[in-house]
Design a protein around this ligand. Structure first.
Ligand code: ZN
Length: 130
């Protein structure tokens, strides 16, 4: 962990990025009711409690929604590319990219990682035929 990396600056999200640096996908898990949530928040969306821990998830899920970005929005993201909302098997949905093939709404996907220079890797997803 370094305090010069802006992705680590928020204590609520720091555990997510520290795990991502190890290629581990972690989401918050409520120690009171067991609810999983993403993105990280200071309280549980299910019970309102603040007794939140972190749990590594399977990295398996299904495409909940999908679109294609056709205009450039930032460096490292050359259009066109798919932007998907992936529903993890543990419940939370993540805004992400589909890589290494194409996927449609409802298709099974699995976790991959997009490594970046000077920033933590991003969790992305690829088609999961198995
Ligand atoms: Zn809860």
């Amino acid at each position: 962990m370094t305090d010069t990396n802006p992705d680590y600056g928020d204590p609520t999200t720091a555990p997510f990025w520290e795990a991502a640096a190890r290629h581990e996908l972690m989401v918050q898990r409520c120690d009171s009711c067991g609810h999983h949530q993403f993105y990280p928040r200071p309280f549980c969306l299910a019970c309102g409690g603040d007794d939140l821990g972190w749990a590594e998830v399977s990295g398996k899920g299904a495409v909940y929604s999908l679109t294609v970005t056709r205009i450039p929005v930032g460096p490292g993201f050359e259009p066109p590319y798919p932007v998907a909302l992936v529903e993890l098997d543990e419940g939370p949905r993540m805004l992400t990219n589909i890589v290494n093939g194409e996927a449609a709404i409802g298709d099974r996907v699995r976790l991959a990682w997009k490594d970046r220079k000077g920033a933590p890797p991003l969790p992305v997803f690829e088609p999961d035929a198995g």
